[in-house]
Unconditional design. Structure first.
Length: 331
């Protein structure tokens, strides 16, 4: 599944090629409790049709009214909402929030094709816009980069900034991969067992038949990487966990009961792992939601991954679960 921003770009490109006037609107700066973060994107057609969002709705309504009444910018321009408390209330910006936008005409959509092609190949790319000239350039980006605006140009990121390695290609893994795609993760599934990898057909994911521990080393996991081991086979899960727990990956988890998790920790202690590294293991994996089906278990796993990524305490865990120390990775 495409990310929301990529869906916005795809729709904007199609509108422009169908002969419509199109503008892109990007959040570049917020103060207070603005509803959408910097980099949030909206595309607007000349007749007022929109896709994407930059606020809770009232700002979009105002932008639509502006374009319908003939306010059609020909070059990138700045728009600010919520300077006063009255205006903030009018545009649905809570707690006196303020919102600053760049509105730009889409005159050439060829760069969108490049963004879609490169993100489709699991690349992370940056779009830079020179506000003075309107010139757009596309170039490679790196995980850890953030949206930036220096008053003269903006740099927005597209593509998977977070990566999830799934060890095992069973039913749970399939559901987990599909849900994680919707959360803008780059997905790699690894399973050397022939009876599993021959049936993996999840579009938008990568698949490896390598031994999991070899793949963990090959991927050079970074603080924007998460690893989930769900094969139930210690020969596959444990070896992958052994390498993953030594990496900077922000999340490492394994499926299993509390007794199985305790036994796994004892096995891992036989290798060259420190107590602190073993303590990073999330197990039993996932938040305690009473999950029974593969889809419910996938929700609980992703809920825990998101909690760890966002630096939120793991309160919804089964009694007796060991809780690794959590810290939010830099985004």
């Amino acid at each position: 599944m495409d990310s929301l921003d990529l869906q916005v770009l795809s729709q904007a490109r199609d509108w422009q090629r169908d002969g419509h006037a199109v503008w892109l609107v990007t959040v570049i700066e917020t103060w207070g409790s603005a509803p959408r973060p910097p980099g949030a994107l909206l595309a607007m057609r000349g007749d007022g049709l929109v896709v994407g969002s930059v606020s809770g709705g009232c700002v979009e309504d105002d932008l639509i009214e502006r374009v319908r009444h003939g306010e059609r910018v020909a070059t990138p321009s700045l728009v600010t909402y919520g300077v006063t408390k009255e205006e903030a209330a009018r545009f649905g910006l809570p707690c006196g929030g303020n919102l600053r936008l760049v509105q730009e005409p889409l005159t050439d959509a060829s760069w969108i094709d490049e963004v879609l092609r490169r993100t489709g190949a699991h690349e992370l790319v940056a779009r830079e816009v020179d506000l003075k000239t309107g010139r757009v350039t596309i170039e490679p980006a790196m995980r850890g980069e953030q949206f930036t605006f220096d008053g003269h140009s903006l740099r927005a990121l597209f593509g998977p900034r977070w990566r999830l390695l799934i060890i095992g290609a069973g039913q749970l893994s399939r559901v987990l991969a599909q849900m994680a795609l919707a959360l803008d993760f780059e997905i790699i599934c690894c399973d050397p067992r022939e009876e599993y990898h021959l049936t993996w057909d999840i579009s938008g994911t990568a698949f490896s038949k390598a031994m999991p521990d070899d793949l963990v080393l090959e991927l050079q996991l970074d603080p924007h990487s998460a690893v989930v081991a769900v094969t139930h086979d210690p020969k596959l899960d444990d070896m992958a966990l052994l390498e993953a727990l030594k990496s900077p990956a922000f999340y490492v988890g394994a499926l299993g009961s509390r007794s199985n998790t305790a036994a796994r920790r004892e096995r891992l202690a036989l290798f060259d792992l420190s107590a602190d590294e073993i303590a990073r293991l999330h197990g039993p994996i996932g938040l305690h939601l009473g999950s029974k089906t593969p889809a419910e278990i996938a929700v609980s796993i992703l809920a825990e991954i998101i909690s760890v990524r966002n630096g939120v305490g793991l309160a919804q865990k089964k009694a007796g679960s060991l809780l690794p120390a959590t810290s939010a990775p830099s985004s």
